[in-house]
Design a protein around this ligand. Structure first.
Ligand code: C2E
Ligand code: CA
Ligand code: CA
Ligand code: CA
Length: 279
């Protein structure tokens, strides 16, 4: 049995009790984190086939005073369940748009695109389009520089509603990337109905390249599909040259991953961009 170092209640099911307490603690901490501005975003650079930086994905980080940097996988599910993601997600969108505005009159930086992850509850909000419109207006950011990353599972939940909402956002000038592509169970027929600009191949298919025959086939199929639908395609989680080469040979156009850069602070990202400006 586990050493009872925690001095917690041990009535029925100790495991479950611990979970409930941890959950409650985490929820309180999460609420406080919003007030106390413990969130920050990291920027992970994205590249085209020529190796130019085309932008970055914003990845949320929680800098907890005692626990240190908490990974999104550890708090986003709870933030979604409790609805706290609405505030945090809005803040990430604002952060992206403010940054786009800062870069708007700087040569080279003005061409960078920022991609923001949108959670299911955020996208489902009735006034999500209005929120995005308002943030764009208030910050003065160019909508065409903003890319929203949506997942298949988020969209197929209510496909009619999703298509309408995407069109209203698209009318603002915002573009969409279909995140974690390939991991869903959805039928492909709906793909043509979505006003997408990009498919993003999930890291799980990239990590086993080029050795896994099955993943190689999946990746090739996604790239071919993107080409026939006239969509751009980005591979996430590219960690080594062999993976990049495979992707290149099969017509992938955009890249993101540790091979190029880990997610970094905005200051680091600006320095990174500065050293990559083509002469
Ligand atoms: P995701 O959208 O699939 O993001 C990609 C994840 O892969 C990120 O994890 C990124 O740091 C990681 N990654 C990038 N390149 C590599 C690589 O070469 N190797 C490996 N092993 N990993 C790589 P991260 O930052 O921990 O984020 C995890 C998930 O949390 C994201 O998955 C996304 O679903 C969610 N998330 C992050 N930020 C936000 C946000 O602002 N809002 C919402 N709703 N979700 C977010
Ligand atoms: Ca993403
Ligand atoms: Ca992914
Ligand atoms: Ca994702």
């Amino acid at each position: 049995a586990k050493a009872d170092g925690r001095n917690t209640l041990r009535f029925f099911d100790p495991e479950m009790q611990a979970t409930v307490i941890e959950r409650a603690t985490l929820e309180t901490a999460l609420r406080y984190a919003i007030e106390d501005q413990q969130f920050l975003v990291h920027y992970q650079p994205q590249f085209n086939e020529q190796g130019d930086i085309i932008g970055a994905e914003l990845l949320l980080r929680w800098k907890h005073p005692e626990r240190g940097m908490v990974r999104p996988d550890e708090f986003i599910p709870l933030a979604e369940e409790t609805g706290l993601i609405l505030q945090v997600g809005r803040w990430v969108l604002e952060t992206a748009c403010k940054q786009l505005k800062v870069w708007a009159d700087q040569p080279y930086f003005q061409n960078l695109n920022l991609a923001v992850n949108v959670s299911q509850c955020q996208f489902r909000e009735d006034d999500f389009t209005d929120q995005v419109r308002q943030i764009l207006e208030e910050t003065g950011a160019s909508p065409k520089r903003l890319k929203l990353e949506l997942t298949e599972s988020l969209l197929i939940d209510d496909i009619e509603c999703s298509i309408n909402k995407m069109h209203s956002l698209r009318a603002l000038g915002v573009e969409f990337s279909l995140d974690d592509f390939g991991t869903g169970y959805s039928s492909l027929s709906y793909l043509t109905q979505l006003p997408l600009e990009q498919l993003k191949i999930d890291r799980s298919f990239i990590s086993t390249l080029p050795d896994s025959h099955n993943d190689a086939v999946v990746v090739q199929t996604i790239i071919t599909m993107a080409q026939s639908l006239k969509l751009s395609v980005i591979a996430e989680g590219v960690e080594n040259e062999a993976q990049k080469q495979f992707l290149e040979q099969h017509g992938c156009t955009n890249y993101q991953g540790y091979l190029f850069s880990k997610p970094i602070t905005v200051t680091e990202f600006e320095a990174f961009v500065a050293t990559h400006i083509p002469l």
